[in-house]
Design a protein around this ligand. Structure first.
Ligand SMILES: Cc1cc2nc3c(=O)[nH]c(=O)nc-3n(C[C@H](O)[C@H](O)[C@H](O)COP(=O)(O)OP(=O)(O)OC[C@H]3O[C@@H](n4cnc5c(N)ncnc54)[C@H](O)[C@@H]3O)c2cc1C
Length: 448
C-alpha cells in the first residue's frame, strides 16, 4: 500500500460491523472515485469499499511500460489536470496516483483492503445486507463500480501443453518474465498489439494473431484521434453498431503516441497471422482471415480520415493537409502468404500471451439485476432492481462509458438519480410533518 493510499482515508475507519449507510459504492477505481465525488456533491452519505488499493487495476493489472492510450488533456476528470503536459500520455502509475490525489481532494470516504463478499436484498424492510471481509453492514443503495474488466478471459481453445508458458495480458509485465524462444500473442486490440510490439523491440520472435479491429490514426491533421472521435460525436454514440460487438480498438500512447499500422509492424519483423482457431498435436491453426481483417482495419482508418477531411471542409478549419497519412506500407511475406498452421516446436514458440479480453464477475451481487446470461440489466446504470446501480461498464450509456472521462459523466447521472430517490423517501405528508415537528423521529430510510 503506498503512502498516498494510506493517509487520506483512515479517518473513516468506523467499524463496518452493523454500520448503516445510505449508499455503498463497491470498488475504488476511477468509477468508484467519480461516484464518490458526485455523491459527496449531492450530500449523500456513503462509503466506498475497495478490496485492494485505489485504482489497483492501473498498478498491478497492467504491464510495466503502459502509458494511457489517450493524451493527458483528454483522459482525465474535468476538475483536475495531470501533472504532465496536456499532449503527453501519462504512465500507468501516474494514472493511479491521479485518482488517489483526486479522491483526497474531497476526502472521499474510501476504505481500502475491504472486500464486499455478498449483497442480498432485505425482505420486509428497506435496503441490502452487505457481507464484507470486515463485517456485515446495511446499505439502502449499492453502486457496483467493480470495473469493466474484472475476470481475464482465456478461451477454451488454449492448449493443455504444460511446456508452453501461457499468461493473460493482465499478467504480462515485461519481456524478461517470458522464457527464451518465440511468443504467440493472441488478440490485436490495444493490449495485444502494444505487448507484441514491445516484445519484438526486445528482440523476441513474435507471432501476432489479428482479428477484427478498428485502428484510428493516432493523429491526423494536427489533432489526436480522441479529438476527432469527440468532434464527430463518436465517443457519445449510444449503441454498438450491430455486428461490431466484438470489434476491438487498436491504439497506443507508447513512445509519444503512434498509429497502429499492422503492415508497419510486419515490416518491423512481427509475423502476423489470422484469428487463432485451434491447437492440436503440437500445432496451432489460424483462420484464413488475416487479409480481410487488415482490409477492414484499413477501411476503418481511412473512414476516419475521410470524416475528418469532411469536417474540416464543412467548418472551414485551418488544419494542415497530411497526404502521407494515406500512404500504405508494402505487404510483408506473412500478409502475402498467410500462415494457416504452425508447428509450435518448429516455430520455437515457448509462450503464449492471451490478449483476449475480460468478463465481468458479479457473483457477490446476489440481487435480481441480471438477465439469464448474467449481464446487468439497467438503464444508464440504474438497475431494474431498485436501489442497485452500475457504473464503469462498457457502453453503460455511450461508447465513452468505460473510459476515464466517460465514467465521470455516467456517475453524475447515477448520483443525481440517487439524490432524487432520497427526496421521495424523505417526503412526509401533513400529519407526519405535524408529528415530527413535535417529536423529532429518526427517518426510516435515510441512514447516515
Ligand atoms: C490495458 C488497459 C489500458 C487502458 N487504458 C485506458 C486509457 O488510457 N484511458 C482510458 O480512459 N481508459 C483506459 N482503459 C479502460 C479503463 O479506463 C480501465 O479499465 C479502468 O481501470 C476502469 O476503471 P473502473 O474504476 O471502472 O474499474 P477498475 O479500475 O477495474 O476498478 C474496479 C475496482 O473494484 C475493486 N473491486 C472489485 N470487486 C470488488 C469487491 N467485491 N469488493 C471490493 N472491491 C472490489 C477492484 O479491486 C478495483 O480496484 C484501459 C484498460 C486496459 C485494460
Amino acid at each position: 500500500m503506498t503512502d498516498l493510499n494510506r493517509t487520506a482515508f483512515q479517518k473513516s475507519d468506523r467499524p463496518l460491523e452493523n454500520l448503516e449507510i445510505d449508499t455503498l459504492v463497491v470498488g475504488a477505481g476511477q468509477a468508484g472515485v467519480a461516484m464518490s465525488e458526485h455523491l459527496t456533491n449531492q450530500g449523500v452519505p456513503h462509503i466506498v469499499l475497495e478490496k485492494s488499493r485505489i485504482a489497483e487495476a492501473w498498478r498491478s493489472g497492467r504491464w510495466d511500460s503502459l502509458v494511457a492510450n489517450g493524451p493527458a488533456w483528454h483522459d482525465r476528470f474535468p476538475n483536475l489536470e495531470f501533472p504532465v503536459g496536456p499532449d503527453e500520455f501519462p504512465a500507468k502509475e501516474q494514472v493511479a496516483d491521479y485518482f488517489v490525489t483526486y479522491a483526497k481532494r474531497f476526502n472521499a470516504p474510501i476504505r481500502t483492503g475491504v472486500e464486499v463478499k455478498k449483497v442480498t436484498r432485505n425482505l420486509g424492510r428497506p435496503g441490502f445486507t452487505v457481507e464484507t471481509s470486515e463485517g456485515t453492514l446495511q446499505a439502502l443503495r449499492v453502486v457496483s463500480a467493480t470495473g469493466p474488466f474484472q475476470r481475464p478471459v482465456i478461451p477454451a481453445i488454449a492448449p493443455k501443453d504444460a511446456s508452453i508458458q501461457q499468461i493473460h495480458s493482465a499478467q504480462y509485465y515485461n519481456p524478461q518474465q517470458l522464457p527464451e524462444g518465440a511468443v504467440l500473442v493472441v488478440g490485436a486490440g490495444s493490449s495485444g498489439v502494444q505487448i507484441a510490439d514491445e516484445l519484438n523491440r526486445a528482440g523476441k520472435r513474435v507471432f501476432l494473431s489479428v482479428g477484427a479491429h478498428d485502428r484510428p490514426p493516432r493523429s491526423y491533421r494536427n489533432r489526436d484521434f480522441v479529438w476527432w472521435l469527440g468532434v464527430l460525436g463518436l465517443w457519445d454514440a449510444e449503441e454498438v453498431q450491430p455486428g461490431r460487438e466484438h470489434v476491438t480498438i487498436a491504439v497506443s500512447g507508447a513512445r509519444g503516441g503512434e498509429t497502429i499500422d499492422f503492415r508497419r509492424l510486419a515490416n518491423e519483423g512481427i509475423t502476423l497471422v489470422g484469428l487463432t482457431k485451434a491447437f492440436a498435436d503440437g500445432k496451432v491453426s489460424f483462420q484464413d482471415d488475416l487479409v480481410k481483417n487488415l482490409q477492414l482495419g484499413d477501411e476503418n482508418y481511412l473512414g476516419l480520415l475521410d470524416a475528418a477531411d469532411a469536417y474540416i471542409e464543412r467548418n472551414g478549419l485551418d488544419l494542415p493537409e497530411e497526404p502521407d497519412a494515406r500512404k500504405v506500407f508494402p505487404d510483408a511475406e506473412c500478409i502475402r502468404q498467410p500462415i494457416l498452421e504452425l508447428d509450435l516446436a518448429a516455430a520455437g514458440i515457448t509462450s503464449i500471451i492471451w490478449a483476449t479480453g475480460y468478463a465481468v464477475d458479479f457473483d457477490w451481487l446476489q440481487v435480481d439485476a441480471f438477465d439469464d446470461k448474467g449481464k446487468p440489466k439497467h438503464q444508464r446504470g440504474v438497475s431494474r432492481e431498485p436501489g442497485v446501480y452500475f457504473v464503469g461498464l462498457p457502453w453503460l450509456s455511450r461508447r465513452g462509458s468505460s473510459f476515464i472521462w466517460g465514467v465521470w459523466h455516467d456517475a453524475k447521472h447515477v448520483a443525481d438519480h440517487i439524490a432524487t430517490q432520497r427526496k421521495y423517501v424523505e417526503y412526509q405528508d401533513a400529519s407526519q410533518r405535524e408529528a415530527s415537528s413535535q417529536t423529532p423521529v429518526q427517518k426510516a430510510a435515510s441512514w447516515e
